[in-house]
Write a protein that binds this ligand. Structure first.
Ligand SMILES: Nc1ncnc2c1ncn2[C@@H]1O[C@H](COP(=O)(O)OP(=O)(O)O)[C@@H](O)[C@H]1O
Ligand SMILES: [Mg+2]
Length: 151
């Protein structure tokens, strides 16, 4: 839970909009830079945001990415209206992908997006209702060092 909001912004994302796909992640990255957030945190969030944004472009109709900077963490919520995910456990498996031949031709479909979001976040939650849509909630802590930096 965010106890205090230092900065919050929300961006719309359109399904099938490959032309602009990735722009929200890029915009958020430059805002975080301006806010003086550390490069390690920006890198982890940007990987997660790009994967979440492209999943929305590829697999959903429309939605939003909202990020909130609090004193303790940066939280991101990516919520879409779309077909949803029937089996989340399966979707979370490394290498699992329902990407079409066209998506694979664009370089997507490695099935590493959701696992990468989880790996780069300090907390991660996904809920989905088939026929309704999907919501990802993840956050990177501003107060504890990343696991890779502790040794
Ligand atoms: N927002 C979403 N809406 C519907 N299905 C999704 C969404 N995000 C992911 N999925 C499903 O989960 C699968 C795994 O996603 P991901 O790990 O990012 O791999 P990839 O994008 O390479 O297919 C996708 O192939 C798709 O079936
Ligand atoms: Mg993906």
């Amino acid at each position: 839970m965010q106890d205090e909001v230092l900065y919050r912004e929300s961006f719309p994302i359109l399904g099938n909009d490959y032309e602009h796909g990735g722009e929200v992640a890029t915009k958020v990255k430059s805002i975080l830079k301006e806010l003086g957030i550390s490069s390690t945190i920006i890198r982890r969030l940007s990987i997660a945001n790009f994967e979440a944004e492209m999943n929305l472009v590829m697999y959903a109709d429309e939605g939003r990415l909202e990020f909130t900077v609090g004193p303790r963490e940066i939280e991101v919520i990516v919520a879409d209206r779309g077909k949803g995910i029937p089996d989340i456990e399966q979707a979370m498996q490394e290498g699992y992908s329902t990407a079409t031949a066209e998506m694979r031709a664009r370089g997507f479909g490695a099935g590493m997006g959701l696992p990468n979001i989880k790996r780069n976040a300090d907390r991660f939650d996904i809920t989905s209702t088939p026929g309704i849509g999907t919501t990802l909630r993840y956050a990177v802590s501003l107060t504890m060092p990343a696991a890779s930096e502790t040794q």
